[in-house]
Design a protein. Structure first.
Length: 431
């Protein structure tokens, strides 16, 4: 299979499956980020917390400045920028495959891996939701770091890493893992000094991002959440059966369950197996993928972030690992009918991912679609109902807001969630 053909087909499929999202109007969260909407006078706890992401603001203002109103043509341009970043990510990952394997052809296994990345529903928010611009930038930056390292051009990797650090908190551990793994894979191509310099830059960014004023209780809560965050992120990548519009706070605040613990153990087990097999670079990439989702444990306190905002690093690291490794041995033993059965199953799986991507994209088509998607939150998740009540209040749907608020209060609310519920009730009363 020619690599250029595979990349073109997958890019077109990803754009088609997410068509409703990138051709729709900006939704409520997007408008808040673009400056069209401001905080409510009483404040609402769902506005994303400020973080050091100047590149996100810069790319949004580059369009908002000359085009103004984010609806219509300007909204489409905003969406096309995010979509272009994602398609560029797919293209750079194909370049990583070329640099690590050589030649112009792509094994069907590697085509399937690239297709799973391009059509994965957990990545739709990055380019279907303008408020996910930081994650679209993070995906492209990490793919650029990987491509530069695979080609031995560490200046390119450093530039992409710097851009990523100004976009999303998931980039620092993921970029450090990519360059350290590239050094372990080929010390002649990636020197220890170059890898250490970029890793040190990432470590400095992490230190700078740790805001002062947090006590030991905060740190203890974050540490307790770490395995839950890794487990939830692993599940969202391996079993993408739920909509992207899911909030993490409630599940992160619960005790660690056996199923989530099992998912959390997967990265550790894979890293240990890779290290034991002498594939130290792959082991570092897998460990970096797990570390890249840890910013979720702090950001979840704002009740503002879905899981998908924190899987960009893990997705790129997983794709780089699989695209650079030889195909599984069992693929060489396929003959005759078994080969067609496996190929049909792979195409069917990609089709299923594309359908799930299309479903997820519906939630970003307009504010009404997003509200409909949030209304379908699982009944046992009070944070989902609380988010729905907030969103309905902002768009003026008082009936849905009252119903969602009542449903949220039937569940176990943390003290912070209870305060948000009271704020939403007060806002409804003022209306």
């Amino acid at each position: 299979m020619r690599r250029v053909t595979v990349t073109a087909v997958l890019g077109a499929a990803a754009a088609a499956a997410s068509f409703r999202a990138w051709t729709g109007d900006p939704v409520l969260d997007d408008l808040g980020l673009l400056g069209v909407l401001r905080r409510n006078p009483g404040g609402d706890g769902f506005v994303p917390p400020e973080r050091w992401q100047p590149l996100v603001r810069l790319t949004l203002r580059a369009v908002s400045g000359p085009l103004g109103n984010p609806f219509g043509a300007a909204g489409l341009v905003h969406h096309l920028v995010s979509l272009g970043l994602f398609l560029g990510t797919v293209l750079m990952l194909a370049g990583v495959h070329r640099a690590r394997t050589g030649g112009e052809s792509m094994h069907p296994w590697h085509a399937f891996v690239l297709g799973a990345f391009a059509l994965h529903p957990s990545l739709v928010e990055a380019y279907g939701h303008l408020a996910g611009r930081g994650e679209a930038l993070a995906l492209a930056a990490l793919a650029g770091v990987a491509l530069g390292a695979a080609q031995g051009r560490m200046g390119v990797s450093a530039a992409f890493a710097a851009a990523g650090l100004a976009s999303s908190p998931v980039v620092a551990p993921a970029a450090a893992a990519l360059v350290l793994a590239a050094h372990l894979d080929d010390p002649a191509r990636v020197s220890r000094r170059s890898a250490a310099a970029i890793a040190a830059m990432c470590a400095a960014a992490v230190a700078a991002a740790l805001a002062p004023g947090h006590g030991l209780g905060d740190v203890a809560r974050w540490v307790a959440r770490a395995p839950i965050a890794v487990g939830l992120a692993t599940r969202s990548i391996a079993v993408p059966t739920e909509t992207a519009l899911r909030l993490p706070h409630w599940e992160l605040s619960r005790p660690l369950t056996a199923s989530i613990a099992a998912f959390a153990a997967v990265p550790a087990a894979l890293a240990a197996l890779a290290w034991g097999a002498g594939r130290r670079g792959d082991a570092v990439r897998v460990a970096g993928a797990a570390l890249s989702v840890l910013p979720l444990v702090q950001r979840a306190d704002a009740l503002a972030y879905g899981f998908d905002r924190f899987v960009a690093g893990a997705a790129v690291l997983g794709a780089v690992t699989l695209l650079g490794a030889p195909p599984p041995a069992w693929t060489a033993s396929l003959r005759g009918a078994s080969r067609y059965v496996v190929a049909s199953a792979a195409v069917g799986l990609l089709g299923m991912l594309g359908f799930m991507e299309w479903q997820t994209a519906q939630g970003f088509a307009s504010s009404s679609h997003q509200l409909d998607a949030m209304t379908q939150m699982r009944s046992r998740d009070p944070s989902g109902h609380l988010r729905n009540a907030w969103f309905a209040t902002r768009v003026g749907d008082a009936y849905t807001a009252h119903e969602a608020l009542a449903a949220a209060r039937r569940g176990p609310l943390t003290p912070q969630m209870a305060r948000r519920a009271d704020a939403i009730a007060a806002a409804l009363h003022r209306r």
